[in-house]
Design a protein around this ligand. Structure first.
Ligand SMILES: [Mn+2]
Length: 409
């Protein structure tokens, strides 16, 4: 059975407040055409369908419109698991009605582990593939905290919980296999951080994993798993150099650091061996980061302008001279073109002000982790204690996120 692996759509994502609706629409149209053209029979989406817990109605319409398109195509099955950005309750709400269209939703760990195992059948109702559809595993899904545990113990428990979850999923799948006439390949899904995974600066994932928080060792997955379809990291990559263990990466460029990255969906065929084909996704919106002196910035803008393409720009002024007219000059340089400036970073003027007012930055400029770091510095916390404080902070942030989920139920 030929299927596509994708993840981290982040529908509703905004880039410095700029909507990406049109890019998502273009991607989903491209995806449904690709599915038809390549005669894909199943689609696996490994979490982070939405960017936020409360997507707008416009974003939801986009999602359901795509699902209805797919339900009428060659693609007979869709499996969607929740990511850390998704609200499990929101994903799960329509799961029964979507079930009639062979769209399987696992927003959170279900009460019965067998509900996380989905057997895909072909037109003749023959079983062809067994999918272990594990969502993002939250702390409360897999372990019970005891009072007085150290942070290391908590972290280790969470990791053990994830490993146990996958091994018991695998055991259950094996016993379900025994009931079939002949065994079918087993595919596992997940939304997690595998040890050694690559992230890009500014993608919001680095900060999250500053401590040792839940880095899953790839030996957690049984060697007999024909393919591992992961989400969470936004760059397409292999896990532990294995061709059949992959992150598909996000379909859209998630920030300006990724401006030159290539994006993929993965076509997978599990027969004797697993065969993976990387299908490159067209760039639906070019991003360009320009840094340099005033002259370099203006030259780069005029070169890009000549290309007559829609390009989002992020501009970093690195010149030595104070350039308080930077904004005016940049805006007049792009006026009447297809270039759109999403951000101008004028460090010089910023540093100049900061010298007079110490370390005040706007909250928009800082991540919660950076604010926390400033707080540690301000209180002169010794480095040896900082590591533990960072782990505690990461756990607290994760717990806050979970509370938001729980409130919705
Ligand atoms: Mn993501």
């Amino acid at each position: 059975m030929r299927f596509l692996h994708t993840s981290d759509w982040h529908l509703g994502h905004k880039l410095y407040g700029r909507s990406r609706h049109r890019e998502h629409l273009d991607f989903l149209n491209w995806l449904s055409t690709t599915i038809e053209k390549r005669n894909i029979e199943a689609l696996l989406i490994a979490g982070d369908i939405f960017d936020t817990q409360t997507p707008s109605n416009k974003t939801l319409t986009l999602y359901y419109r795509f699902l209805s398109l797919i339900a009428g195509s060659s693609c007979r099955h869709v499996i969607i698991v929740g990511g850390n950005h998704d609200s499990p309750a929101l994903l799960n709400a329509p799961r029964e009605i979507l079930g009639f269209l062979n769209i399987h939703i696992i927003g959170r760990v279900p009460d019965s582990i067998d509900d996380e195992i989905i057997t895909l059948r072909d037109r003749d109702n023959q079983p062809r593939l067994m999918v272990l559809a594990a969502p993002y595993l939250r702390d409360r899904d897999i372990r019970s905290t005891l009072a007085g545990e150290t942070l290391e113990e908590k972290d280790q428990k969470l990791l053990n919980g994830i490993v146990d979850h996958y091994s018991s999923l695998y055991e259950h799948a094996r016993s379900q296999q025994a009931e079939l006439d002949s065994p079918v390949p087993i595919v596992a899904m997940g939304h997690l951080f595998c040890q050694g995974g690559q992230t890009v600066e500014g993608d919001g994932l680095r900060d999250l994993y500053i401590g040792s928080l839940a880095h899953v060792d790839s030996t957690a997955f049984n060697d007999d798993i024909a393919y591992l379809a992961l989400g969470h990291l936004h760059q397409m990559q292999r896990v532990g150099k294995k061709d059949n263990r992959r992150y598909s990466g996000s379909p859209l460029l998630m920030n300006f650091q990724e401006a030159q990255s290539r994006k993929f969906v993965l076509e997978v065929e599990c027969t004797q061996n697993t065969c993976v084909t990387e299908i490159e996704i067209p760039v639906f919106q070019r991003l360009e980061k320009i840094s340099g002196s005033m002259e370099e910035i203006l030259t780069a803008i005029s070169l890009l302008r000549a290309e007559n393409q829609s390009i989002f720009l992020e501009i970093h002024y690195l010149g030595k001279a104070l350039a308080d007219d930077l904004q005016d000059r940049v805006y007049s340089a792009v006026k009447g073109s297809k270039l759109e400036v999403l951000r101008i970073n004028n460090r010089q003027i910023f540093d100049h002000i900061l010298q007079q007012t110490t370390e005040i930055k706007t909250l928009e400029e800082l991540s919660p982790e950076q604010v926390f770091q400033q707080c540690l510095d301000l209180h002169e916390i010794p480095p040896i204690q900082q590591k533990e404080m960072h782990t505690a902070f990461a756990i607290t942030m994760a717990a806050l996120q979970e509370e938001n989920d729980a409130d919705e139920e």
